[in-house]
Design a protein around this ligand. Sequence first.
Ligand code: HEM
Length: 501
Amino acid sequence: MVIWGLVLAAVLVAILGYLCLPGLFRQRKPQEPPLDKGSIPGLGHAMAFRKNMLEFLKGMQAKHGDVFTVQLGTQFFTFVMDPLSYGPIIRNAKKSLDFTQYAQELVQKVFGYQPLENDPVVMHSASTKYLKGDGLEELNKVLLDRMFLVLLGPRGPGLDASCWKEDGLFHFCYNSLFKAGYLSLFGCTKDKEWDLLQAEEIFKKFRRFDLLFPRFVYSLLGPLEWIEVGQLQRLFHKMLSVRQNPEKDGVSNWMNYMRHCLGECGCSQDMLDKFNFMMLWASQGNTGPTAFWALLFLLKHPEAMQAVKEEAAEVMHGTKLGATQSFTFLVSALQRTPVLDSAMEETLRLVAAPTLLRVVQEDYTLKMASGHEYLLRHGDRVAIFPYLSVHMDPDIHPDPSTFKYNRFLNPDGSRKMNFYKAGKKTHYYNMPWGSGVSICPGRFFALSEMKLFVLLMVTYFHLELVDPDTPAPPIDPRRWGFGVTQPSYEVRFRYRLKPMD
Ligand code: HEM
């Protein structure tokens, strides 16, 4: 009995030792950034980081300055907070800082997808062909059709469409954008009512997965939640499977092209189902929440709403809802909206908070704009959190917490792209899409979706907050670092279709 007790204790000590080892003996070497291992062996600062990444990083920046290495679990992350020094990290030509390794580990864990070597090439060429230029124009037409379907139903506006309806603004925006985006990219059947019902069903499951997502990534789910996540994953694989939905038509060229290429490279059908789920997540997790913040900011800032409405009226020339020509006209109108473009850029500045990560492939010297050089260790991660280091920097964006719809407009009405830090022009002044090799390939389509939605909502609907004095809710701190943030609580609003004449 005693012997077994001793064996068990020895095994526990060995496991603990193994877990704590990476941090236990690590010391800062000359030329390395300040090292902060926290006080819990084996965990480092993981708890504080996961609880509120923004506050944690603010504290670390105040303590250590613009570059520091922190222990999070068993790994070491070097955060770089000076955007003037981002060029070498993001453009790293020598590939000593690699994006794919971390991304592959993550997608394997979250989607069960086993990436192939040329996935990035396939994704890149599919997106260049079909989410940009002529390909995007085609997709935008489909999107417009689906957006009308989602907002007005399969038979067009009913008699009650001009009565006030009340909803949560976050739910309304997320739900509408999700369904329109999903039906545009993953196809429809001939039965529009069924399509809407199925899209609604997938949205409900998607939201559940979305709520569990941050704690899932951090491995903090309870046992029942683990089971639930597994069930949701299997359900998505089935619902999105091409084999299970032979009657689906009009799947986007973007999805078809990627599936075809991966199939040719030997990707099995089961793996393709997982790939579908990964693409659903990438394409639908951020647009709805951004559209929510955009509409909320417009509703809270009447001068911004006025400017956007005036521009909408100008580019749409009073196009009436349901007139056939409005379909083609609207798509081209998306190219002529500098005011809305600025309002969207400003929204993304305020609410997009991704973490950009690279894995150090070999010991690497990081040259800062200040002339300082730091040695980064092989195997560590380099992290950029632009929300804090760029979006909220008062030097780059004076009064950074305030929504200014025209912040990205020059006095002559053109797009403003000159921003400065410490008197030097900075290329990195807004980074909602990431940057460099890993920049979001869907950004142009995402903007089409969100702009189209806002244009339709402010043009064809009356909108108001149930309580006009309600302040914008704070950001849910659990979502820092996971892309576009979500509000801590819902905001009620009402809407109705403007009478048609
Ligand atoms: C507001 C909307 C969106 C935002 C803010 C956003 C932002 C991002 C960010 C920050 C990344 C990761 C960049 C990095 O790790 O460095 C990313 C990746 C990605 N996004 Fe988006 N995205 C949006 C919408 C979309 C849409 C609509 C699509 C597709 C139609 C899409 C497709 C993808 C894909 C496939 C990746 C992975 C790329 C890769 O692994 O190389 N995104 N996005």
